[in-house]
Ligand binder design. Sequence first.
Ligand code: SF4
Length: 421
Amino acid sequence: MNEKLIEECISAEGDVPLVVPDNLVMSGYLKNSLPKNKHPEFSTISPNTRKFINRHFPGVSDEQWNSWRWQIKNSYISFSQLNKIIDFRRVIDDQSILDNDKLPLRITPYYASLIEGAGANHPIVKGVVPSIKELYQTPGEASDPLHEENCSPVPNIVHRYPDRVLFLATGFCSTYCRYCTRSHMVAKDKMHYGKAAWQPGLEYIRNNKAVRDVLISGGDPLTMPEAHLEYLLESLRAIPHVEIIRIGTKVPVVLPQRITSSFVNMLRRYHPLFMSIHFMHPLELTPEVHEACTRLANAGIPLGSQTVLLKGINDSVPVMTKLMQGLLRNRVRPYYIYQCDPILGSGHFRTTVKAGLDIIRGMRGYTSGYAIPHFVIDAPGGGGKIPLLPEYALGHEGDNLVLQNYEGKRFYYPDVVDTAD
Ligand code: SF4
């Protein structure tokens, strides 16, 4: 994102331009732009996070901590900053990574409070702290394995399925996941951002009457200034054939303070609006996340989850069951578990496909059907999402379909219809 665009962001609404390079964020560029006397709209601070604040941000008020702008401005973006909260001798797998500035690092103070003092095996540490293994390429990996760039008729748009498009609104996230499918474009300057840059994408949708569903994603669209996201929602809502709008985000998990009442009041003007929230592990289900999800659900926004299956993080039946049951308690419907995409340097995260099938098999029947997500592979090469199911239908014996239930017991269904009038 260039300087001109940053100025456009400021003048557009007198708001903080949040999609700015990390060096500008940390140089104090935003310091004088922070709104003063802002009413503290978000109020939850869990006990462990309170201790973290006292240790690492003494003097910071609840109002500051609960300001999502403060959270972005004070995010951890270097190993030397992170070293204050986790012991690198226990976490870093190779000291040479400390000199590597190619791996984007960004963790909000709130999300960092969940890993204070943690070791290398902590699931959230694995999810957000860079590893030297990201620099090792294994067979089958690619920077854009889903061929999103090949399916992009105009900048910011990916059009893969007949009736829906993906609108990549920004390349910025408040926290960078190590296994990100879009690591080829997030945190990079190549992203087209802003009202002017979005026009070809909006025009493309206006001209394609088959598009009834638009998924706004990125990067993370909930890091954008409110007026910018509203501009996009308003522009899409003005297109008669766009029936539903979806937003893909991890912000309610890593930056729940962003879900202010003014923000949800803005969102509720653009129904039918759906939200897919990216969760990784049950440790993410904190009181803060509960407040964020409650605010969104109370605004009438149906919430669904998406979770990437990750080796050593969530690839077991107990962990995934706990996550999915916890999501339901937070009013989020489990929606997708994704097989990890083969992006460059993802070998240490990827499981076998069987591991995902075993998880679905281990959940089905043992917990509510509402807690069972779809297990899918986003086919490399641009094939789209392909659902996978354990074998429950074993074939026919005569006119009977042989079925196997969750306990492995066999049952027979008469698979014939009466053709008599
Ligand atoms: S929040 Fe989503 S887009 Fe951002 S780094 Fe994580 S996976 Fe990638």
